[in-house]
Write a protein that binds this ligand. Structure first.
Ligand code: RBZ
Ligand code: NIO
Length: 346
């Protein structure tokens, strides 16, 4: 397996040309705020003065987690496969928001504990009937983790899009994501755990203790490398997202990042290839407790704060209109000279 090598999008000449184009639009300088940042960033990613986002997709990766045996989710594991069925029937939140925003939607079985059979609309990449319980043993073998990364890369290789959002479905995956967050950032486990699908305070404490014990159990000389962290605590869906992100960056797509779980995958991807952060836009700050700290760690500024705590890629789909607004103002607004509007006097 080859991990893609990502170069920074930095280009001083293009950066100042884009800034000049933004500043020449008929508005007080800086007045389109974060949209100006978005337009600038997409221009650098696409190496273009006239960036476009004609084709968007969200890819939802579903996988089950052995750590559910530790009673760390408010919902039973069967919800994972039942929600996959719901995605295929167009009934989930991500179906609604993707449809509303002309966004293609792909559903991937990365390792759900259920046999779906051959199903139209379901991309079968099952790596097993869920991961192992990381409270007792590593969640995946090294071979499974590599295969997951490869599947993720291959899926994105074949995808002709300008902007890609990643979604996930997997009961228990906020526990996996919190463990990854702790291992990568060093932030105390108590700051990484949250309610997930709706745990009460005693459940959150149990989740914290499960992770703390597992971190102690898996402490060894190589326990802190990004791929070892991923295989020990991650889910099949999280590992596939890491691979998909790396390939998307290599292909110079805009990566539209969703909530807590997807950002935990980005923590791993950014450890492997720090330049990937140049390709990212952060759709929102999730209500899951650790997400704000995660974003701070990445020095990331989320576009929206909607108190979402769902996942599925919903934040990415919801942020798409803002990306359209950014490239559209850059392409379509008049300049001070073309519209004969007077420039700033002092
Ligand atoms: C009906 C339902 C739909 C969902 N869609 C996403 N999630 C979200 O909740 C799960 C993570 O939370 P935890 O770690 O607490 O299990 C993931 O599947 C995530 O995508 C859902 C959860 C439920 C119950
Ligand atoms: O932020 C998220 O992605 C999230 C939060 C809670 C549950 N599922 C997903």
């Amino acid at each position: 397996m080859r991990i893609p090598h990502l170069a920074s999008t930095h280009d001083a000449a293009l950066a100042s040309a884009l800034q000049a184009a933004i500043d020449n639009k008929t508005k007080p300088q800086g007045s389109l705020g974060v949209l100006e940042f978005v337009a600038h960033r997409i221009g650098l990613i696409q190496q273009s003065h006239t960036p476009r986002i004609d084709r968007a997709a969200v890819v939802v990766f579903a996988g089950d987690h052995g750590v559910v045996a530790e009673n760390i989710s408010a919902y039973p594991q069967s919800v994972t496969w039942q929600m996959v069925e719901n995605f295929l029937q167009q009934g989930a939140a991500i179906n609604v928001f993707a449809r509303q925003n002309d966004c293609a939607l792909h559903i991937v079985d990365a390792g759900v504990n259920h046999e779906f059979g051959e199903r139209e609309g379901l991309v079968a990449r099952k790596l097993g009937p869920g991961t192992r319980n990381f409270a007792q043993e590593p969640a995946m073998s090294a071979a499974q983790c590599e295969q997951a990364l490869q599947y993720g890369m291959d899926l994105v290789e074949a995808m002709p899009v300008d902007v890609i959002g990643f979604g996930e479905m997997g009961i228990g995956n906020t526990t996996a994501a919190a463990a990854i967050m702790h291992k990568i950032t060093g932030i105390a486990v108590a700051e990484c755990v949250g309610a997930g699908t709706g745990l009460a305070a005693d459940g959150i404490l149990r989740k914290q203790q499960v992770i703390e014990r597992a971190v102690a159990l898996h402490a060894h000389a190589h326990a802190d490398t990004p791929l070892e962290i991923l295989r020990t605590f991650g889910g099949f869906e999280i590992a596939m997202i890491v691979g998909a992100m790396l390939k998307a960056g290599e292909r110079r797509m805009v990566l539209l990042i969703d909530g807590f779980i997807v950002t935990s995958a980005l923590l791993v991807a950014a450890k492997l290839q720090p330049a990937i952060l140049d390709y990212c836009l952060f759709s929102h700050c999730s209500d899951e407790h650790g997400h704000r700290r995660m974003l701070q760690h990445l020095d990331a500024r989320p576009l929206m704060q909607l108190d979402l705590r769902l996942g599925e890629g919903t934040g990415s789909a919801l942020a798409l209109p803002l990306l359209h607004a950014a490239v559209n103002f850059l392409a379509q607004m008049a300049t001070f000279s073309s519209a004969q509007v007077s420039e700033k006097s002092a």
